[in-house]
Ligand binder design. Structure first.
Ligand SMILES: NC(=O)c1ccc[n+]([C@@H]2O[C@H](COP(=O)([O-])OP(=O)(O)OC[C@H]3O[C@@H](n4cnc5c(N)ncnc54)[C@H](O)[C@@H]3O)[C@@H](O)[C@H]2O)c1
Ligand SMILES: O=C(O)C(=O)C[C@]1(C(=O)O)C=C[C@@H](O)C=C1
Length: 337
């Protein structure tokens, strides 16, 4: 958020219990360290684990850090309940949750365009002042997100279904790989990578999220487990129609996901390049993109150790994709498509 706001020219002050994080965020251009005596900010954003939100809010309010407060924790009922119990001022606090993130935490993983086109839940209560909601809405919109106003309990049940439950399912699938034979790992394609990406997240952050939303998440896991158990039984019994039915339901559910929010593939065009598994090849590729005058917005590398080539996917603006592909082919790179 700080990076997104700095890009607009907004003033951002940073504070964290970990001074190394503040220093790194400052060096990344996310703002400047908060000093004693700084006046109250328009909005303070609390980005700490769900269990720490209420105490952090109380401390910030006691110090008069801002006129309006919000947080970004992935769970909303617990922080709101605890904030009320601690006696926080709830009139100027708008509980929030951007539905965008990464499997990596900490300042080094931050990117200013993370929230573009993404939903951002806001959970005002009857006590919240309208001007506080307006200020936090403006903040979320300044980051490129679209706000969704929802009650805290409804939010928590919703994210159990679309975020927390899927996270556990991804971890369970990825856990099968812990003792997988080398031959299986060597055959891994994109499917298992897609299904397990979020399993690479920080367990200490996620245990805080899951345990703060325990009942709704447990309900989703029970439902997924029931489908899996029924499918295993159907496969053993040769009941193909039952298995097909789960696959059909899966397709229907998947198609119900709205495509327009956060569809990064729609924002950038992807140019795939085969690169030999040799030192220096990536540097040469990036240099060629630079010569073509093309800014690389994102890059992923799919590379299986031991294979002679890897696939680099360069995300660029749609207008630059053809120019980049032509330049790379002219320099002898293999660019499929
Ligand atoms: N990472 C994501 O993808 C993502 C997405 C949306 C929302 N969130 C939410 O954002 C919040 C922060 O997650 P993150 O990924 O930025 O993690 P992070 O580890 O990058 O940042 C958490 C920060 O909280 C501080 N902290 C930890 N425990 C604390 C405590 N007890 N009291 C005060 N400060 C404490 C840490 O020093 C750290 O700087 C969480 O509530 C998480 O649910 C994360
Ligand atoms: O895509 C990721 O890596 C995420 O962290 C995403 C995700 C999500 O499930 O949508 C995970 C948890 C956060 O509360 C918000 C976003």
């Amino acid at each position: 958020m700080a990076l997104a706001l700095r890009e607009r020219g907004d003033e951002v002050r940073l504070t964290d219990r970990d001074p190394v994080s503040v220093r790194m965020a400052t060096e990344l251009g996310a703002g400047v360290p908060l000093e004693d005596g700084d006046g109250p900010a328009d909005v303070a954003v609390i980005a700490v684990p769900p269990a720490a939100v209420a105490a952090t809010l109380l401390d910030a309010q006691k110090r008069g850090l801002a006129r309006v407060y919000t947080d970004v924790a992935s769970v909303k009922s617990r922080p709101l309940r605890e904030a009320a119990e601690l006696g926080c001022d709830l009139t100027c606090y708008v509980a929030g949750h951007p539905l965008a993130g990464r499997e990596r935490s900490g300042p080094a993983a931050a990117r200013g365009d993370l929230f573009v086109g993404r939903p951002w839940a806001l959970c005002p209560t009857p006590k919240t002042l309208p001007e506080a909601v307006e200020a936090v809405t403006a903040l979320a919109e300044a980051c490129g997100a679209q706000t969704v106003v929802v009650g805290a309990e409804e939010h928590d049940r919703a994210v159990a279904l679309v975020s927390h439950g899927p996270h556990v399912a991804a971890a369970a699938v990825a856990a099968r790989l812990e003792a997988a034979p080398e031959v299986a790992l060597g055959l891994a394609g994109q499917g298992v990578r897609d299904v397990t990406r979020i399993a690479a997240s920080d367990p200490s952050l996620w245990i805080g999220i899951l345990s703060s939303n325990a009942e709704p998440v447990a309900d989703v896991i029970d439902a997924v487990a029931a489908d899996l158990a029924a499918t295993a039984a159907a496969l053993r019994a040769g009941a193909e129609t039952d298995v097909t039915e789960l696959l059909r339901r899966g397709g229907t559910g998947r198609r119900r996901l709205p495509g327009k929010h956060g569809d990064r593939a729609g924002t950038y065009a992807v140019v795939s390049v085969l690169i030999p598994d040799r030192p220096g090849e990536l540097a040469l590729l990036f240099q060629a993109a630079g010569v073509a005058g093309v800014n690389i917005e994102d890059v992923t590398i799919e590379h299986s150790p031991g294979r002679p080539v890897g696939v680099v996917e360069l995300s660029v603006t749609p207008a630059a994709a053809q120019r980049l592909a032509d330049e790379l082919r002219a320099r002898g790179w293999s660019v499929p498509g």
